[in-house]
Design a protein around this ligand. Structure first.
Ligand code: FE
Length: 143
């Protein structure tokens, strides 16, 4: 069964659940492909890979605060990279076996948006590299 034909599930609790039609209406085609279909933007092409602006990066889909610019660093990869989320409950992880690799996918815990992947080769203090897609994020600059 195609995902687009799945039965719509109403929002329950704090979860944000929307149909593909609703996400498509809210997102650009690229944002939909990346955030709702686990796509990946090309390196060095996203809006935030080189951004130094202070602020909070919210989920592009549901607006939940996910990452703080304080934890953003230049990983040299061409994707916005962070050492940790604003809190551990904000993001969920899942094993991703696509493309003949085993990676850990990072998702928005509230709406299941695909954010990117997390790797164990980041700097202190966590040693983690949250390698994310700009298209899944929405920077809210500090006042
Ligand atoms: Fe979200």
């Amino acid at each position: 069964m195609d995902k687009a034909q799945q039965v719509e599930v109403p929002s329950t609790g704090d979860k944000v659940v929307k149909s593909d039609a609703e996400w498509r209406a809210q997102l650009s085609p690229d944002e939909f492909k990346i955030a709702r279909r686990a796509g990946t933007e090309r390196a060095f092409t996203g809006e935030y890979w080189d951004t130094k602006t202070k602020g909070v990066y919210n989920c592009r889909c549901c607006g939940t605060p996910l990452f703080d610019s304080e934890t953003k660093y230049d990983s040299g990869t061409g994707w916005p990279s962070f050492t940790e989320p604003v809190n551990t409950d904000a993001v969920a992880t899942k094993q991703d076996r696509s493309w003949f690799m085993v990676r850990t996918e990072v998702l928005c815990a509230r709406c299941d948006a695909h954010l990117g992947h997390v790797f164990p080769d980041g700097p202190e203090p966590t040693g983690l590299r949250f390698c994310l897609n700009s298209a899944s994020l929405d920077l809210e600059p500090e006042e």
